[in-house]
Write a protein that binds this ligand. Structure first.
Ligand code: SF4
Length: 263
């Protein structure tokens, strides 16, 4: 587990699975693959086997060791619902999230149908836990919109979309049942460009439907240069979080700050 993350919308990452395979156009320049393959063959390195999928059971208990409350992106270097991850192992990951309930977990997948099916069955015990947020990636209409429908069909307290890399105009969108939308452009070598009007459309969809909107980045070859301002300001909205901390405030949808709920 990395106790700090450079990803703008989370605090930390936890990878009880490593590696993945590509499934849709959003995977073309997968940052996790690029990172993992750099270490293929490096004996003793966590990515000694590159981006080959493998379970990492010795990492399962990591959230218990982390005593202060964090937002944790689950499997930033994989996809928990990949076909090669057994149901029982996914359940073990979910059991840990239920147990270490002082954290907020962000579970993001491109395998939305499998996630939805498990949330209705073997993961029912974790589905509606308010500290576990379930999300799908949306890069275009063809692959993204069916994932949103799958997510909406599943029981969940907080549902979110990671619209990154945004590859085409996908709005106007029906965001019923969705609590949070993250939008971002692709970064790195060969990055595909994102049109400002596509982003404005999604911002407008979110605000019209009272959904928290987080603008992560413009991306491009040098993402530090393009930054994350949209029409002169940042958008760092989040859904309401449960926390064990008392009397702290967190930024809430549409820039309002409200008291955190006690769990
Ligand atoms: S699903 Fe995610 S982790 Fe897997 S290849 Fe695609 S972008 Fe990479």
């Amino acid at each position: 587990m990395a106790d700090q993350s450079k990803i703008e919308w989370t605090d930390a990452t936890w990878n009880p699975v490593r590696g993945c395979t590509k499934i849709s156009p959003g995977c073309s320049h997968c940052y996790a693959e690029t990172f993992a393959e750099r270490f293929r063959g490096t004996a003793g390195h966590p990515y000694e086997f590159g981006f080959d999928l493998r379970l990492v059971p010795e990492k399962l208990a990591d959230p218990l060791k982390w005593r202060s409350s964090k937002m944790i992106f689950v499997n930033s270097m994989s996809d928990l619902f990949h076909a090669d991850v057994p149901d029982d192992y996914i359940c073990s990951v979910a059991e840990m999230m239920v147990r270490a309930s002082w954290h907020t977990y962000q579970v993001l997948t491109k395998r939305a149908e499998r996630m939805a099916s498990l949330l209705r069955s073997k993961l029912r015990f974790a589905a509606e836990q308010p500290h576990i947020w379930w999300g799908v990636s949306v890069e275009d209409r063809q692959h993204g919109l069916p994932r949103i429908d799958s997510l909406r069909s599943a029981p969940a307290k907080i549902r979110f979309l990671s619209v990154e890399p945004l590859l085409e105009n996908i709005g106007p969108m029906d965001l019923s049942g969705i609590d949070w939308v993250i939008v971002g452009g692709e970064s790195g070598r060969g990055a595909r460009s994102m049109n400002v009007e596509w982003v404005r459309q999604l911002r407008s969809d979110c605000h019209r439907q009272n959904v928290a909107f987080f603008f992560k980045q413009w991306g491009g070859v040098n993402k530090a240069k393009t930054g994350r301002l949209l029409d002169g300001r940042t958008y760092d909205e989040f859904p309401k979080r449960l926390t064990h901390d008392s009397d702290e405030t967190v930024k809430q949808p549409r820039g309002r700050s409200i008291k955190r709920l006690r769990s």
